[in-house]
Design a protein around this ligand. Structure first.
Ligand code: FMN
Length: 200
């Protein structure tokens, strides 16, 4: 567990972002796979695990990747989103609130696509939108690419299915559990991220 002053709001806020940045960069971090929650067209909650690709404290944004055909794209674009992650080593739960943006075109998305591995990009060769009923068990990939890494030429058509999901974080609810005394703090952009203590 990192040695920070858990009675110091500024230290807590900085550490929360340190954990998120590490979550985006380190596959072994428990914050690499947060739960992203949205509200569907029926007003029902929908939550799913997604890979955190990057967290940027300067802009208070997170970046994730998804299939542009996925139902969550329409559920999330321009709408409120909640992010939930727990770091057992730090005994910290992070509950983030924000607004989601989906970007599919343009130079930054093209660059992110090019930087992804061919295996990572292979998912976007799937023949049907995520959640489409299938007649039997299947990976959803065309059979010619099952178990294989695509070539740069083969992956081209998959680009159209690739979407980046950006979350503009507006609040971070930080909870630390400890026998010596739990602590909970809420940081909000509208308060300039100053932070305030909450009952755990
Ligand atoms: C460890 C793990 C990582 C995942 N990463 C992603 C991801 O980065 N992007 C994504 O769209 N789905 C990811 N998924 C799959 C989603 O949880 C979900 O099943 C899928 O996106 C369909 O969700 P939807 O029906 O809400 O669109 C991941 C699942 C697991 C278990």
């Amino acid at each position: 567990m990192t040695d920070i002053d858990r009675n110091d709001l500024a230290a807590i806020r900085a550490h929360a972002w340190t954990l998120l940045v590490r979550g985006g960069a380190d596959r072994k971090s428990p914050l690499h796979t947060p739960v992203i929650a949205s509200v569907d067209a029926q007003g029902l909650p929908q939550a799913r695990v997604m890979v955190l690709r990057k967290a940027d404290p300067a802009s208070a944004t997170l970046r994730l990747h998804t299939d542009a055909r996925s139902p969550k794209v329409a559920e999330l674009d321009g709408r409120p989103v909640a992010v939930l992650a727990y770091h057992p080593g730090e005994q910290v739960q992070l509950r983030l609130a924000g607004t989601a943006r989906v970007l599919t075109d343009g130079e930054p998305v093209d660059a992110i696509w090019e930087q992804s591995t061919l295996f990572a990009r292979r998912c976007y060769l799937a023949e049907h939108a995520p959640g489409t009923p299938l007649p039997g068990p299947s990976s959803g990939l065309p059979t010619w690419i099952e178990g294989q890494q695509p070539t740069a030429g083969q992956i081209g058509p998959a680009r159209t299915n690739f979407a980046t999901l950006w979350i503009d974080v507006t609040a971070i609810d930080w909870l630390h559990l400890a026998n010596s005394g739990h602590r909970r703090a809420l940081f909000r952009s509208e308060d300039g991220w100053a932070g305030a203590w909450l009952a755990p």
